[in-house]
Design a protein around this ligand. Structure first.
Ligand code: FHN
Length: 482
């Protein structure tokens, strides 16, 4: 098969390289009951599909979108979805907001179309944030969409609309629930406290079972708010629930933020192994280098302003541009991660114009350059200042963000690496000159790809390197010669 050698060879090398740091960073090998149940990445179909997504959309939506970061004319400087925790807003007023939640402009199909146009392959959707308000008609509490003027099952509409567009859905669920009487943040102290917390645990289990049973097409659960001492102190409960949820949907994906081991270690267990299917700690930050991901699958969840997830009508500070975000998408892909961009629709169900503009610009770029992102894998060549490498379809992609003044993209290939044979622009297939530039003192082979002077682009662009093919006949031919 075409370029199978490059693909197979590099993937094999990659899987060896990716498994090494995991082993290297193991701290101990204590027998743990509730630690990681697997060392190394999951290689089943569901996870292989997730790994290829490249780009996802996050949506934070709930009653916090009504105040949109303001109360009684005062500006809340924190993340809008946390406004209930602010002394400037009475809790009662917040807890009654659901009586006004009537997002008449909400159109799940339109949101899904926009996400598809942006190039998102999966969605993470908040079913319940820390305030406890449920966007599905949970039978276990009255604090749900069913008791708002809107009434409709928003989670169902979202799951159906996105699934129909071919976008996988993962449901976000906050363990923290400020609305439930039994919820505790600190360790329950008295017997009464403990009993109440038990009601909370069984409520949490019941709600999660509702989600997997009501929406069986979902691909995963994305947990948040799992840092409370009370929750960390329940490793057996969380571990059993984890298994129970997985038994309901084959292939269900659960990241590293759900549970802790019996020593209270979250994310990575006491032995240093990742708990869950992928690393979930890359929030509003990207690794600098692939060595920082420890060979694990990972995704990065990112806000457009510095730290606003839910709708805040007044974004202050630096707001990322589509160029900033596109670079993050490329950087994530170059380190084998998915990039997930957050949207915070307003209280009526409108996606704000700034987000729509960004979605459009990202989508335009992904339409041209998406082959370098989706289903791509990292390339173990030395990083260069002009941008990022990925490999896909047997080719190596050069994602150019910083065009050099001399128009020469330098490539350094390790002495036993594959040889590039030609180069062309991904956008139109036009050939670009590829020249050998000798070797450096480490014996790495140098190449220059020359960007034509007349080529103009105000967006990052991709140059594809065709690699020398190893045909099935070559080994036999070589044997015949000797
Ligand atoms: O507290 C939340 C925050 O509001 C937001 O939902 C993010 C998304 O990853 N998670 C928590 C902070 O880690």
């Amino acid at each position: 098969m075409k370029n199978n050698y490059l693909k197979g060879g590099l993937l094999l090398l990659l899987s060896i390289l990716l498994s090494l740091p995991v082993l290297a960073q193991r701290r101990s090998s204590l027998p743990l009951k509730h630690g990681a149940h697997r060392v190394g990445i999951r290689t089943d179909e569901a996870m292989n599909t997730w790994r290829k997504h490249g780009l996802g959309q996050f949506i934070h939506w709930g009653v916090y979108a009504i105040p949109g970061g303001h109360w009684n004319g005062a500006y809340y400087p924190g993340a809008a979805e946390w406004i209930r925790a602010w002394s400037g807003m009475p809790k009662d007023a917040y807890d009654n907001l659901y009586k006004e939640f009537n997002p008449v402009k909400f159109d799940a199909k339109q949101w899904a179309r926009q996400a598809k146009d942006m190039g998102a392959k999966y969605l993470i959707f908040t079913t319940k944030h820390h305030d406890g308000f449920c966007l599905w008609p949970s039978a276990l509490t009255d604090y749900t969409i069913a008791n708002s003027p809107y009434k409709r099952d928003i989670v169902k509409e979202i799951v159906d609309a996105y699934t129909a567009e071919g976008i996988d859905v993962i449901l976000y669920f906050s363990i923290i629930d400020w609305n439930h009487k039994g919820y505790r943040s600190a360790l329950p102290k008295s017997e009464k406290d403990k009993k109440e917390y038990e009601t909370f645990l069984s409520f949490t289990r019941g709600q999660l079972l509702e989600l997997v049973e009501n929406y069986p097409t979902i691909k995963g659960l994305w947990f948040d708010g799992s840092w409370d001492k009370a929750w960390i102190n329940e490793p057996a409960f969380a571990d059993e629930l984890d298994a129970e949820l997985r038994s309901k949907i084959p292939g269900l994906i659960i990241g590293s933020r759900f549970r802790a081991d019996e020593y209270g270690n979250r994310g990575y267990d006491t032995n240093g192994d990742l708990i869950g299917d992928y690393e979930q700690s890359w929030e509003r930050a990207l690794p600098n280098d692939i060595s920082e991901v420890n060979g694990n699958d990972w995704d990065c969840v990112m806000t457009i302003p510095e730290n606003q997830w839910g709708y805040h009508s007044d974004w202050r500070g630096y707001v990322k541009t589509s160029d900033d975000l596109i670079e993050m998408i490329a950087k994530s892909a170059s380190m084998n991660g998915n990039f997930v961009l957050n949207f915070g629709p307003d209280g009526l169900g409108n996606i704000r114009p700034e987000e729509t503009k960004i979605a459009k610009e990202i989508g335009e770029w992904m339409k041209i350059n998406g082959d370098a992102i989706y289903a791509s894998a990292p390339v173990e060549w030395k990083k260069q200042g002009w941008g990022y490498y990925t490999q896909s379809n047997g080719n190596v992609n050069l994602l150019v963000f910083n065009r050099p003044i001399n128009n020469l993209l330098t490539i350094e290939i390790p002495k036993d690496g594959q040889t590039p044979t030609s180069a062309y622009f991904m956008q139109d297939g036009k050939r670009v000159e590829l020249k050998s530039a000798g070797k450096n003192k480490f014996n790495a082979r140098l190449y220059h790809v020359e960007i034509p002077k007349k080529f103009k682009s105000d967006k990052p662009f991709t140059i594809v390197l065709k690699m020398a093919e190893q045909t099935d006949a070559s080994p036999a031919y070589q044997q015949a010669k000797t």
